[in-house]
Structure formats: C-alpha cells, structure tokens
Design a protein around this ligand. Structure first.
Ligand SMILES: Cc1cc2nc3c(=O)[nH]c(=O)nc-3n(C[C@H](O)[C@H](O)[C@H](O)COP(=O)(O)OP(=O)(O)OC[C@H]3O[C@@H](n4cnc5c(N)ncnc54)[C@H](O)[C@@H]3O)c2cc1C
Length: 281
C-alpha cells in the first residue's frame, strides 16, 4: 500500500482495532505481531520509521550475560533466544561479536556476586577468574541446543600473552565470549515493516503521521500535507519510547501502565493496553 493509499484507506474507514503510536523497533514489532495474527492494526510514526532511539544504538544485541549475576535466568534465556533468532533470521545485519575480557585475579567478586544473586546488593565489583568462568559456563548452558555461536574460550596467562603480546602483563587469565552486533538497526526495522506489508496487505503503516488529540479522540496529523484525519481505534498502544509521556499528554491518556523493555530484541506477546517504556542498556 502506498502512502496515498494508506491515507485514503483511513479516510474511508477510520475505525480500527488497534492504533500503534511510534514506528521504532518496539512499535514495528508490536504492529508486525498483531498484523500477522490477523488484527486490524494501524502504525503511525511522526518522523521516518526507526529514526529515534532505534537508529542510535551502540549496536549491541545483548544475550544478557550480566543479568545472570542477579539471578534473572528467565530474562537471560529469553534474550539468548531472541539474539539467536536475529542471528538466524537477519544474518546480513546481525553478526557474532567476540568480546574478550582481561582478568586480573582469581577470587575477586565471590562475596559480592553471592550478595547480588540473593538480591542483597546492586553494587558492582571487580570479578575474578572464578566468578567469570562460572558465569560463562552458565551462559553457554543457557544458550543450549539453539547455539548459533561458539562456546566461550578461557585462557591462561601464557596463552593470552602468546596471542596478544602487547596486553597488560599483570593479568592472570582472559576469556572470550560471544554477543552479537547489529550493523544497521534502522534497516532491520524497515525490513520487518516491508515483510509485514507483504504478508498482510491490509495492515497500514504511515510515517510522517503524528498522533495528537483533537476534541473527542485521536487524530493523525499528516506532517507533509498538514491535513489531519480522525481515527477511531478500540485500543491504543503507545510505543513512543522517550516520547511516551509527551504522547500520553498529547492524546490525553493517564498512562496507567508502563511495560519495561530493554534493548533491541522484540518482545512478541503484549498485554492489553500496554505502553512500552524503553530503557537504555
Ligand atoms: C545511546 C543509546 C545506546 C543504546 N544502545 C543499545 C544497544 O547497543 N543495544 C540495544 O539493544 N539497545 C540499545 N539502546 C536501547 C534501544 O535504542 C531502545 O531500547 C530501542 O531503540 C527503543 O525503541 P522504541 O521503539 O521503544 O523507541 P524509538 O526508536 O525511540 O521509537 C519511538 C518512536 O516514536 C515516535 N513518536 C514519538 N511521538 C510520536 C507521536 N506523537 N506520534 C507518532 N510517533 C511518535 C518517534 O518519532 C520515534 O520514532 C540504546 C539507547 C540509547 C539511547
């Protein structure tokens, strides 16, 4: 559907089941999931798609290694699953990222890690070989049979010095584990959109369409023509990330609930009336 056809479709039939506001990676993911499940859904983005935080990542696709220490196993399992799906589904954008950690002693961080695991502290501390090795073994176990990347490598001082002769000789070990990186996150978002439009020709995604409120209900303001059109959704999903409070104010919502989301990997199941709040990872 072209942009003109999308506007024409909304003029003819403003009633829609779901309006998703915000065309970043979260809005696109929600839109895609709803459209593929046969829901009548409209996505409105005030600028270009994926032009907000979703174009400005540090480009990491986290597996969630650091959450192991807090005992957040479910989160790590889900992050690894989504990371490996991205590696398989978008190998042209998402690639393994070997990450090497120099380690300077054997036993640091044991007490702190135990306290973090028990939820008694959030303070970070230096981690020694034992803590890092335990974390990386667990990380490999969580990756399990879905493995899309190599297992971690753990090296002695001698092996490390042989491989990187200029490294700080004070270290006692080094470890390399694998996360992933996304080269062009905005292109990944656009591909998800195009893929959705090809699968679901009835779904409507419009950019340069700011959502506001005018009188009774929400309106779509065409940033190009300056025209404005009413829309009558049964449900609104506010996926505007850093703009979430401004959007709530603009549409007159009391913001009853914020779903928390970290990072790029899309969450597929959304509770009703969720308003997604992004956090920097
Ligand atoms: C500096 C930085 C580095 C980061 N690095 C990483 C990283 O390495 N790895 C990682 O996984 N995550 C990283 N993140 C987090 C990641 O960027 C976010 O979790 C993710 O991009 C949020 O996506 P989003 O769709 O919620 O928000 P956004 O991408 O910001 O999308 C929100 C959209 O809503 C639109 N909008 C706002 N108001 C309206 C309105 N009234 N009508 C219509 N549209 C509207 C905006 O134009 C915007 O496009 C980083 C974040 C930052 C800030």
């Amino acid at each position: 559907m072209t942009r003109a056809q999308s506007w024409a479709r909304l003029r003819e039939r403003p009633e829609v089941d779901v309006l998703v506001i915000g065309g970043g990676i979260n809005g696109i993911s929600v839109f895609r999931e709803l459209a593929l499940n046969g829901v009548d859904v409209v996505l409105a983005e005030k600028s270009d798609f994926c032009s907000g935080a979703s174009a400005a990542l540090s480009r990491m696709v986290h597996g969630g290694l650091r959450y192991l220490e807090n005992g957040e196993f479910k989160l790590v399992r889900e992050s690894l699953l989504e990371r490996d799906r991205l590696l398989r589904n978008a190998p042209h954008h998402v690639k393994p990222l070997p990450t090497t950690v120099p380690i300077f002693d054997r036993f640091s961080g044991l007490t702190n890690s135990a306290f973090r695991f028990l939820g008694l502290t959030r303070q970070p501390s230096r981690r020694g070989a034992l803590v890092i090795k335990t974390g990386l073994v667990l990380y490999d176990l969580f990756t399990g049979g879905r493995r899309a990347m190599p297992k971690h490598e753990f090296r002695s001082r001698r092996e490390t010095m042989a491989r990187w002769p200029a490294i700080n000789p004070a270290l006692c070990n080094s470890a390399t584990y694998y996360d992933a990186r996304v080269s062009h996150p905005e292109r990944l978002g656009i591909e998800m959109l195009r893929d959705t439009m090809a699968e679901c020709p009835g779904a409507v995604a419009i950019n340069y369409a700011r959502v506001e409120r005018d009188g009774g209900g929400p309106v779509l303001h065409d940033e190009r023509s300056r025209e404005q059109y009413s829309i009558a959704p049964k449900l609104i999903i506010n996926a505007t990330g850093g703009w979430i409070d401004l959007t709530n104010a603009a549409i007159g919502s009391a913001a009853p609930h914020h779903g928390r989301h970290q990072g790029l990997a899309p969450h597929h199941r959304q509770p009703r009336a969720v308003q997604k709040r992004s956090t920097v990872t």
